[in-house]
Design a protein around this ligand. Structure first.
Ligand code: DUC
Ligand code: ZN
Ligand code: ZN
Length: 505
């Protein structure tokens, strides 16, 4: 066999193990064709010497917002996907977002295809954000999305006036998704609690960015997460609660998982590394706290971070995603929408932080690859599960993406050997279209040296940076999602056996 690419002298990590040093990866036609020793090369074979470094599967970031109408100043597909590969992410799953007045998802989908086709450096798929789940959409259009378009997940908001769905709608969506083998992703915060607090804060003149973190207390996330789990249990549907930030909410998930309910959870870098202190801004620019306004908000206490790290280590979280939600800071249509007639108004600040490029390095820097076993927050196989393998399984990319094994796409991250990849995150090293990073100044213990997408080197940190081409990224038609945690078919608390058959359609 003559290979297009052979990667030598590395240490391969999968979701289950760290393979012995020195195994080689042979790549042909964009796929991993074998893993072995002394693989033959020809003059035409590209050879990468990993110099003893770890090799992990290309990152899959399953929560990315690009080119959405509600964040016009942030990243488009070009800048967002370029940022992804520069940080070791080879696949993103971004959102196509329905606005409430839209009666059909099909034009929305075409619009997102037009925004992304031949404009992506990385491979990509879509989740659909549903804000108006009509019967027609649930019964006629979701099956087309799942079966013809390879879109097998939807996201719902329990908060935000223009987007939120009520409990009945949530149930209808879960039921429709369950039938189609689709995953329901849920933004869980109690809308009325938040609305009440915002009204009070505004009446009292408390409108600086920091009050965003007061407006959305943990209890709002805790209640909504418990409710989402209960609704899912009622209709026996697999769910994933996105961007979790609260220990109590995480505890609800953990309890559900212990009962083998198919309840998955996601957390994000900002909830592991940053506290609400950041939203106070800088002495020379008080409004700069807006750079850290995201929802759920950054929490107040170091113990909040510690709790989530436990969820990372103990398996509660299924995926670790960036929730890259880009809005420029210094732009009247970006974060500065939160200054109205010269007065800061936190409730008008677009929510979200950028992070697609920094996600992999932030977590890798906390692994046993970079820290002593006592200090490390997680092992390397767990890193691979959280950043790649689990998202591939959950979102219908299993067998194609998310592992280093024969038959899989040759999507790889080759890290720097030893401490050669140390760097400090700064805005000017990043490739996104946003004008700041919330992780400015953080010391990374390693950074992807090479990113390989379907056998092509698309990122070479020390040899030219971004080498990939914008049109190389392919649209991924995904299959049905796998239930990674628990199983369907269980009985809700107190139900009779098969009780649902009396009412479930
Ligand atoms: N939810 C997201 O998923 N991203 C950004 C803001 C939000 O509320
Ligand atoms: Zn959300
Ligand atoms: Zn998001």
């Amino acid at each position: 066999m003559d290979f297009d690419l052979v990667v030598k002298n590395g240490q391969i990590v999968t979701a289950s193990e760290i393979l012995p040093l020195g195994l080689e990866i042979g790549v042909k036609g964009g796929k991993i064709s074998c893993i072995g020793t002394s693989l033959p090369t020809t003059p035409a074979t590209k050879v990468i010497d990993a110099e003893g470094a770890y090799i992990t599967p290309g990152g899959i970031d399953s929560h990315v917002h690009l080119a959405q109408a509600n964040s016009p100043t942030g990243d488009d597909w070009e800048t967002g996907s370029r940022s992804a590969i520069a940080g070791g992410t080879t696949t993103i799953i971004a959102f196509a977002s329905q606005e409430r007045h839209e009666e059909s998802l099909m034009p929305v989908l075409q619009d997102y295809h037009a925004k992304s086709r031949a404009q992506s450096y990385c491979d990509y798929g879509f989740h659909f954000i549903l804000t108006n789940p009509t019967k027609h959409i649930l019964q006629e259009e979701l099956p087309i999305l799942a079966e013809e378009e390879g879109i097998t997940s939807v996201k719902l908001y329990m908060t935000y006036e223009p987007m939120k769905v009520n409990d009945r709608e949530l149930l209808e969506i879960m039921l429709a998704c369950r039938k189609l083998g689709m995953t329901t992703m849920i933004h869980a915060e109690n809308s009325d609690m938040i609305a009440l607090i915002i009204e009070g804060l505004e009446a009292n003149g408390n409108t600086e960015p920091f009050f965003h973190s007061i407006a959305r207390p943990r209890i709002a996330e805790d209640e909504a997460s418990y409710r989402a789990i209960s609704l899912a249990e009622l209709v026996d549907a697999p769910i994933l609660i996105v961007h979790m930030s609260s220990e109590t909410a995480m505890g609800h998930v953990r309890k559900a998982q212990t009962r083998l309910l198919p309840v998955h959870a996601e957390t994000c870098p900002h909830y592991l590394f940053l506290l609400s202190e950041e939203i106070k801004g800088k002495p020379h620019d008080h409004f700069s706290g807006a750079k850290h306004v995201c929802s759920p908000p950054l929490r107040h206490h170091a113990e909040d971070l510690e709790a989530l790290w436990r969820g990372i280590a103990n398996g509660t979280f299924t995926v670790f995603s960036s929730d890259h939600a880009p809005s420029k800071y210094d732009h009247p249509g970006g974060k500065k929408l939160g200054i109205v007639d010269g007065i800061p108004r936190f409730a008008k600040i677009p929510n979200g932080v950028p992070g697609v490029e920094t996600r992999m390095s932030l977590l890798f820097s906390q692994t046993e690859a970079c820290l002593s076993p006592d200090e490390a927050r997680l092992g390397l196989p767990r890193f691979v599960q959280l950043t790649s393998t689990n998202a591939a399984k959950m979102y219908g990319l299993g067998g194609v993406k998310g592992s280093i094994a024969p038959g899989y796409d040759a999507d790889l991250v080759i890290w720097h050997p030893g401490n050669k990849g140390e760097c400090v995150i700064s805005q000017n090293m990043l490739h996104h279209g946003v004008d700041y990073t919330p992780f400015e100044g953080m010391k990374m213990r390693n950074w992807p040296r090479y990113t390989v997408l379907r056998g092509q080197i698309v990122w070479d940190k020390d040899g030219g940076g971004v080498l990939g081409e914008m049109k190389y990224g392919e649209y991924l038609k995904r299959g049905k999602g796998q239930v990674v945690v628990g199983k369907t078919g269980g009985r809700a608390h107190g139900m009779l056996e098969n009780e649902r058959r009396y009412w479930m359609q």
